[in-house]
Design a binder for this molecule. Structure first.
Ligand SMILES: C[S@@+](CC[C@H](N)C(=O)[O-])C[C@H]1O[C@@H](n2cnc3c(N)ncnc32)[C@H](O)[C@@H]1O
Length: 253
């Protein structure tokens, strides 16, 4: 995916708060083998490694652009690899993932698979955005289904794979997970205006659309998107209640 590390970092403060909340769920133990799925530019993976002294941490990501930044943070016990989350293998004392698995389809299959890679006494700890019902997301699909974009995209649009918190809890319990913690949390962001909201999603949810649209339609898509957001959120500033899902489970010893 053509991720843009600079654009992604525009909202770094807003994005690190959920990471802090996810870190609070991690059981600190010595000498863990840890993988951070979808590590991005690696700053948060480095914070995870600092939080777990004596552990060996590997961050994986499929984006060469993000990993190029991450590589600069590599050191003994912290390395980065280009790999797809779907292909992660081996066994791990901690599988950690902050704001990444919502890019992968079929969580009914993914979550049990990830949990199956956890060692006895180990932990799966995940945070993922679950704000796909917010207009910033639903408007994207609305435009994708209108011409000329519908034809250019071949009818494609991205359906959120994110499940309800009840479903994540049920999946983890069915796999034998214990000490389950599953919750949703709203992060109340106040943005200057609707354009700031458009800029936010252009660094994330819009990426797969830009990837698929021909050059001459990308700008048009974004202009319509921005105009609809301005229409939807005329008052200033714009309140953006960003919903996120957290889940954590341990494998019994
Ligand atoms: C929103 S960023 C989160 C980065 C980092 N975890 C953070 O919290 O700042 C999502 C990351 O997931 C990566 N990603 C998306 N789909 C992926 C996949 N199938 N396999 C590996 N990485 C993926 C993207 O390249 C991107 O770096």
């Amino acid at each position: 995916m053509p991720w843009n590390p600079d654009l992604y970092h525009t909202f770094q403060d807003e994005r690190s708060a959920p990471f802090d909340d996810l870190l609070k769920l991690v059981k600190r133990r010595e000498g863990l083998r840890v993988v951070d799925l979808g590590c991005g530019t690696g700053e948060l993976t480095a914070r995870l490694a600092e939080y777990l002294p004596g552990s060996s941490v590997v961050g994986i990501d499929s984006s060469a652009e993000m990993l190029e930044r991450a590589e600069k943070l590599a050191r003994p016990n912290l390395r980065f690899e280009k790999a797809a989350i779907e292909d992660v293998a081996g066994t791990w004392d901690l599988i950690f993932s902050n704001a990444a698995i919502h890019w992968i389809d079929n969580h009914q299959k993914l979550v049990p698979r990830l949990f199956s890679l956890i060692t006895p006494g180990g932990q799966l700890a995940v945070q993922l955005p679950s704000n796909h019902r917010h207009p910033a997301h639903t408007i994207i699909i609305e435009i994708a289904l209108e011409e000329p974009f519908r034809t250019a995209l071949g009818g494609w649009f991205r359906n959120s794979p994110v499940l309800s918190i009840t479903e994540y809890a049920e999946l983890l319990y069915a796999q034998g997970g214990i000490e389950l913690t599953v919750f949703e949390k709203i992060y109340p962001h106040v943005l200057e205006n609707a354009d700031a909201l458009a800029k936010w999603t252009s660094g994330t949810a819009l990426i797969p659309y830009f990837e698929r649209l021909p050059e001459n339609l990308k700008e048009a898509f974004f202009e319509i998107y921005r105009a609809r957001l301005r229409e939807k959120f005329p008052a200033l500033p714009v309140f953006y209640p960003f919903q996120r899902t957290f889940f954590s489970a341990m494998r019994p010893v």
